[in-house]
Design a binder for this molecule. Structure first.
Ligand code: ADP
Ligand code: MG
Length: 572
């Protein structure tokens, strides 16, 4: 089967191109005008049955708005949903399992949220017939013999109550009025009297999850619950969902692989082409599912969906390398909060991680090093050039390429930078306005702009936020390559332990009490820092024998008990 996708937001017909797509189409030229034609709103449309997939319109569209993709014919019968004419399609469907936690994993724009909305009942399968509204019994009939059928039968008959934590949401009102029950005590009492509008991203996320869990329902759905949460809350939420909802039907979308692995019993992988089509894989036990995702290959389907395997490598050591920058022990007071640090040194080629919960002074520490915040020693001047990506990236009203040029006028002639831009698939948004970018795109732009700066030390505050797994890994390897080859150094604050584990040789663990004191430990190896952190939260972790990725042990399992007895919280 052939699918043609036209991105309506990108297509500027007829105003800015006069349908060049139709003009160049060889089938239209032969007189079959319905092959490429204007739709009601003036944008272009393609009749898939007439298109010969010559690819000329795809190349010639000035806005890069067209994709034409050939798929095996047998896919036709798997088509479950299509938004509209020449738009994104879903093949197969995410399938909740009673009494189990099912995880969905895949790139941004591959259809995870669309699947969540199909199983919550907000949208209904249309099998490609996007202008029809099918009756529940017709839909159920289409899925005869499939595992989803009994679920949809119950859903449409109204006998399932579904609660969903959406990916994006806005909270309004007083926290106490939103969180009426706090059944699981997830919301700390000091937040109760606050106005929801004043909360941080992490605090809002926590409250939205607590509100969902408080509701009594049959099915609980969480779309990217770990976004914005710090590492302590990620573990807390993961434990609580497992413990309290383990007997319910639960579906989770998540990019933090350690948390996804811990949370779920089964995994479905979504693959295909982002923004064009997404295929939902067979159901796999979580461990296999995540290992298959890492390797980029689905054995049951015999499908290679990525031509490289994700590397979960242990980084080498920077021990013995030349010191590049040193900082003294210093202290910072901001309002009620007090930060006390140890002195430190960064070596050539070294990337140091920072681990700790929110409100414990990680960003303050970075700002002090960057010389933008007064310490007890005054403004620090480390005598070295520093580039800094803040946690919150400003959404300016400016074209991406102009923003890049403002950082480095000749960036487009720098082959290293252009290679990063292409690896992160940022070419296609160079002409977009920053204010219209998605969270993930904005994050990538900010990271690239930071790497463009001429500096010795690069500071990144939460670079993985809003990125999917592939982008996280791509960024990891880009940062590592630059820091190593150019003999620079970097410090990274992040809450994704797998990200820190594979990119940072050494780390600094922050202690203290959120909002009151922050105390930094010495620089130690990342696995020791993770070990000490896990000990604090009473969780144990081991490495997967096949993929080498870190996995959390189930509380009370044989490994958990053994590792605690040996005081090995991270069996590395
Ligand atoms: P994910 O959650 O995996 O990031 P989504 O399910 O949100 O992916 O979106 C998948 C694709 O569906 C997007 O790339 C977008 O192009 C398309 N899409 C989402 N909502 C709509 C809509 N209402 N109309 C048309 N296309 C949509
Ligand atoms: Mg989504």
């Amino acid at each position: 089967m052939r699918i043609a996708v036209i991105k309506e937001n990108e297509c500027e017909a007829p105003d800015n191109c006069n349908y060049i797509c139709a003009e160049v189409c060889p089938v239209v030229r032969r007189g079959i005008k319905e092959t490429v034609y204007p739709r009601e709103n003036g944008k272009a449309a393609i009749t898939e049955g007439l298109c010969i997939a010559c690819g000329i319109c795809v190349k010639r569209c000035p806005f890069d708005a067209i994709r034409v993709i050939n798929l095996p014919d047998e896919m036709t019968k798997e088509l479950t949903f299509q938004y509209g004419l020449n738009s994104f399609r879903i093949f197969n469907i995410a399938t909740p399992m009673r009494g189990k936690i099912v995880g969905l994993i895949g790139r941004n724009g591959i259809g995870k949220t669309t699947n969540i909305n199909l199983i919550s009942g907000e949208i209904k399968p249309n099998f490609g017939n996007y202008s029809a509204i099918l009756q529940p019994r017709e839909i159920i009939k289409e899925f005869r013999g499939k595992d989803i059928q009994p679920y949809l039968t119950d859903l449409y008959s109204g006998s399932l109550k579904v609660v969903k934590k959406p990916q994006d949401f806005e909270l309004t009102g007083k926290v106490r009025d939103l969180v009426k029950k706090n059944r699981f005590g997830l919301v700390p009492s000091q937040l109760m009297e606050r106005d929801a509008k004043t909360l941080s991203g992490g605090e809002s996320q926590l409250i939205r999850i607590a509100v969902s869990m408080d509701e009594v329902a049959d099915v609980y759905i969480f779309d990217e619950p770990m976004n914005y949460l710090d590492i302590v809350h990620r573990l807390l939420i993961a434990k609580e969902i497992r413990k309290s909802l383990g007997e319910k039907t639960v579906v989770v979308v998540e990019h933090d692989l350690i948390m996804l692995d811990y949370l779920t019993d089964f995994i479905q992988i979504l693959y295909g082409s982002d923004a064009n089509y997404g295929i939902v894989s067979h159901m796999m036990p979580s461990r296999n599912g995540i290992n298959n995702y890492i390797s980029g290959y689905l054995p049951t389907e015999n499908v290679r969906f990525r031509n490289w395997a994700i590397k979960v490598k242990k980084s080498g050591t920077a021990e013995g390398k030349k010191p590049l920058v040193r900082w003294p022990a210093f202290e910072v007071d901001i309002g009620e909060f007090h930060l006390k640090t140890e002195a430190g040194v960064l070596r050539e080629g070294e990337i140091i991680g920072i681990i700790g919960e929110n409100g414990i002074g990680k960003t303050t520490f970075m700002q002090a090093l960057a010389g933008t915040l007064t310490t007890n020693l005054g403004l620090l001047d480390l005598g070295i050039k520093i580039a800094y990506k803040p946690q919150m990236v400003q959404r300016s009203d400016c074209i991406v390429s102009d923003a890049f040029a403002a950082v480095k006028a000749d960036y487009s002639t720098d082959t290293d930078i252009m290679s990063i831009i292409s690896k992160l698939d940022v070419n296609k948004i160079l002409n977009k306005n920053i204010k219209n970018l998605s969270g993930g795109e904005l994050q990538k732009i900010a990271i690239i702009a930071t790497l463009m700066k001429d500096a010795e030390v690069y500071l990144f505050d939460e670079p993985s936020a809003n990125l999917d797994i592939e982008d996280r890994l791509e960024i990891m390897s880009i940062i590592t390559a630059i820091i190593n080859s150019k003999k620079k150094c970097a410090i990274i604050i992040d809450h994704d332990l797998m990200f820190l584990d594979s990119v940072c040789t050494n780390s600094i663990l922050f202690g203290g009490k959120s909002g009151i004191t922050g105390i930094t430990d010495r620089i130690i190896s990342t696995s020791s820092a993770i070990n000490d952190f896990l000990k604090r939260v009473d969780v144990t972790m081991r490495r997967d024998s096949e993929s080498g990725r870190p996995r959390i042990n189930l509380a009370g399992s044989r490994l958990d008990v053994e590792q605690k007895m040996q005081n090995k919280f991270f069996a590395d």
